[in-house]
Design a protein around this ligand. Structure first.
Ligand SMILES: [Zn+2]
Ligand SMILES: [Zn+2]
Ligand SMILES: [Zn+2]
Ligand SMILES: [Zn+2]
Length: 216
């Protein structure tokens, strides 16, 4: 089944914008929004889940900080469950972004070396933006994905974390969650998780971002 692409929602103006057009959109939207404020050199980045590109977001990060900023941001917005290890494909986390990044560079990130969630990162552009108390700002995140029950095609609310693999997920409506649990798991439902807008939905103990994860 072909997966529909998702649009992203700009966090500044709430417009829904396609993946290719989002770069131009957020560059214009941030410069309008930041007019008159002190700005810093920054990297505009896209993060996406390579196995299901409906999960994607754009953010901007202060160029004077290190890969640690991106690590902390990805954990908070998308991934953190129980403090697993993580790594970047381009080296140690204390490396300064301005020494290693430039527009066009694509690199990888892995969270949790057991039930790994891989993230693909692209440097879209170098720009000047204002930062609040954090060194990263989330600029857009994908619309909620259309999750449909495998059995009846109605909106799904639960995912089975035991029957999950990266390519094909087992998602169910309320009724068929019950059927699945009965037929596959002897009526034990501890492996069923609520669907969350994150590539880590249904993996390990992931239960969604904390209340402040997307503040900037
Ligand atoms: Zn906007
Ligand atoms: Zn975990
Ligand atoms: Zn169903
Ligand atoms: Zn199952």
């Amino acid at each position: 089944m072909a997966k529909q692409q998702t649009k992203g929602i700009c966090r500044l103006c709430h417009q829904h914008v396609g993946k290719a057009a989002m770069k131009k959109h957020v560059l214009e939207c941030t410069s309008k929004h930041d007019a008159g404020k002190p700005t810093k050199p920054a990297f505009l980045m896209r993060a996406e889940f390579p196995y299901d590109k409906r999960f994607w977001l754009t953010f901007t990060v202060d160029a004077s900080t290190t890969l640690n900023s991106i690590d902390g941001f990805l954990r908070g917005a998308w991934l953190e469950c129980c403090g697993h290890m993580s790594e970047f494909s381009i080296g140690g986390k204390t490396r300064k972004l301005k020494d290693i990044l430039e527009a066009g560079i694509v690199f990888g990130y892995e969270y949790d070396f057991g039930s790994t969630t891989e993230v693909l990162l692209t440097v879209l552009e170098e720009h000047e933006v204002a930062f609040g108390k954090r060194s990263v700002r989330l600029l857009s995140i994908n619309e909620p994905i259309e999750a449909l029950c495998r059995v009846c095609g109605k909106p799904a609310t639960q995912i089975c974390t035991e029957c999950y693999d990266a390519q094909e997920v087992e998602m169910f409506c309320k009724t068929h969650t019950k059927t699945h649990v009965k037929q596959q798991h002897d009526n034990e439902d501890y492996m069923m998780a609520v669907i969350i807008n994150s590539p880590r939905t249904g993996v390990c103990g992931y239960d969604g971002p904390g209340p402040e994860a997307w503040d900037s």
